[in-house]
Design a binder for this molecule. Structure first.
Ligand SMILES: Nc1ncnc2c1ncn2[C@@H]1O[C@H](COP(=O)(O)OP(=O)(O)OP(=O)(O)O)[C@@H](O)[C@H]1O
Length: 506
């Protein structure tokens, strides 16, 4: 047996937290080894250590059975290690080929061998089924394509050990299947892959070994063939988790909290993003919006929250047409949003956890008195309560939000928006990047809002989530609502067909 990576007693401390606590893992050459564990367990930290971005406080790394001491990623790249990060690091203005060769242009200093580079990129793209055109501009590429450019970039540098930090969190279910095939192809050609994921289906599909870490410690390494999802879940969160269908509310005739009447929105005068949307969200229900990504979901959220103005139609919130109201006025009147992109729209990463937990409410009682005086005591108290309720893992609530793990950042946004006590809560991919225990918790939080008589509009690409949490499901296709069905009476298959444009009964 040959080992590509061996970690012996790796320990990494941050102020107030031991992120990695004597981690020992052996990764065999040519295998797909998955690292799983709760949000904040220390997975990304460990990957960053192997890639040379952080130095361990204790312990030893062996690459190809030789001890190494990486001072930076330059050193790990020299050892043929490549990493695809959670957030891509490409330059949008440049082409694929330019992004890939940046800093390592082939040819002499004076004459860059552009054609040679493009030829190699094309060959690599074909060999691994990445389907990327070296001439394409990165700004024009989808998320999946950008991820593939990142993969090409490390293959171009001849990486043999490939690290993927939660690559599928940003992919749609359809894209995940293709991504898994790419990883299996890379493995077949002899590469060693270290992979982080919270999604058990894909973990069970592609892994050889799975190492579970919890609170910085290794709980165990298991062979995929000798484990199952229940065992992994228990190893990860220390208990059983139930994500199956939830109890429905008996459907009585509740008033509409939110009603869209014939809402249309066109870009560039020709592309109809929303095409006569009619939708009602009642008090005391979760209305799931199902659809293949890019069928108008983003514009629907923006129209309701006031980020775009529809060309025609009405949006009634508790009976009032709010089409002309601004974003803040809508928020203040009781519409809360858990946005899809938490880094861009949900958090200020350099602000503390406590400040992020009152963002958008910081100018109101009880956090501010008379618009001038911020009540830091009240802000702190709120933060500590929410940290407890939502199990936000951090050293304390004064650390910058940017130092929290991805999943815990997501919990800040959800905790804040739920704590606004809104009448309507719009949740867009609310469990993306969350571990299975946190996923269960967030879904329960949405149902609690419902049970308090609020309306929850749930946008999710995960059909299982839509089916298990929603009371009714509206299917969006090409900017139109093609059907609204009772969640109890629809199957996964029917929903899948409807997402491609057909009605339930067709
Ligand atoms: N640069 C940093 N400064 C301070 N603390 C940090 C830093 N990076 C990580 N941490 C802390 O180390 C712990 C482990 O974080 P890490 O990002 O490794 O978790 P993770 O397992 O990748 O979680 P997730 O699944 O949520 O992405 C967390 O408590 C986090 O807040």
């Amino acid at each position: 047996m040959k080992y590509s990576i061996q970690l012996k007693d790796i320990t990494k401390r941050f102020p107030g937290i031991v992120a990695n606590d004597h981690i020992t893992i052996d990764v065999e050459q040519g295998e797909i080894h998955t690292l799983a564990g709760e949000n904040g367990a220390g997975k990304s930290t460990l990957m960053n250590i192997i890639y040379g971005l952080y130095q361990p406080d204790e312990g030893q790394i062996f690459i190809n059975e030789q001890p190494v001491h990486f001072q930076s990623s330059k050193d790990s790249i020299a050892h043929k290690i490549g990493m695809v990060h959670q957030h891509f690091m490409l330059i949008p203005k440049l082409t694929v080929a330019e992004n890939i060769v940046v800093g390592q242009e082939p040819g002499s200093r004076l004459k860059v061998d552009r054609a040679g580079a493009e030829k190699r990129i094309r060959e690599l793209s074909e060999k691994y089924g990445l389907k990327i055109d070296p001439h394409a501009k990165v700004a024009d590429l989808s998320v999946t394509e950008q991820q593939r450019v990142e993969i090409l970039k490390i293959l171009y540098r001849e990486a043999e050990i490939l690290i993927f930090d939660e690559p599928t969190a940003v992919l749609t279910p359809q894209e995940i299947d293709e991504f898994c095939d790419i990883l299996l192809g890379l493995k077949a050609s002899g590469k060693t892959i270290l992979f982080i994921s919270h999604k058990m289906a894909e973990v069970m599909k592609i892994s050889d070994h799975i190492t579970v870490i919890r609170r910085g410690k290794v709980i165990g390494t298991v062979r995929k063939d000798e484990t199952n999802v229940d065992e992994l879940t228990r190893m990860m969160v220390g208990r059983d988790v139930n994500l199956s269908r939830r109890e429905r509310k008996e459907f009585t005739d509740q008033p509409n909290l939110l009603e869209l009447k014939n809402v249309s929105y066109t870009v560039n005068k020709t592309v109809k993003k929303l095409d006569g949307i009619n939708l009602q969200l009642k008090a005391g229900e979760v209305l799931g919006i199902a659809g293949v990504d890019g069928n108008g979901q983003e514009e629907l959220v923006q129209a309701i929250c006031g980020q775009i103005t529809p060309d025609s139609g009405e949006i009634l919130f508790k009976g009032d047409n709010i089409v002309k109201k601004g974003i803040r006025a809508r928020k203040d009147s009781g519409i809360a949003l858990v946005p899809e992109d938490r880094h861009r729209d949900g958090l200020v990463l350099q602000y503390s956890v406590a400040d992020n937990l009152v963002l958008g409410m910081h100018y109101q009682e009880p956090y501010a008195h008379g618009h001038t005086w911020m009540d830091y005591k009240a802000i702190h108290k709120n933060a500590e309560t929410l940290q407890d309720d939502f199990d936000i893992r951090c050293a304390n609530v004064d650390v910058p939000a940017g130092t929290l793990s991805g999943g815990n950042q997501q919990k800040i946004v959800i905790a804040r928006e739920a704590s606004r006590n809104p009448d309507v809560l719009i949740a867009v991919q609310p469990t993306r990047g969350l571990d299975i225990g946190a996923m269960e918790f967030v879904q329960k939080t949405l149902l609690e809002q419902r049970d308090k008589g609020k309306g929850v509009l749930l946008f999710s690409l995960e059909l299982d989530e839509i089916l298990s949490v929603s009371d009714r499901i509206a299917v969006i296709f090409k900017g139109r609502i093609v059907d609204v069905v009772d969640a109890e009476g629809v199957t996964r298959q029917e929903l899948g067909r409807m997402m491609l444009g057909s009605h339930k009964d067709v």
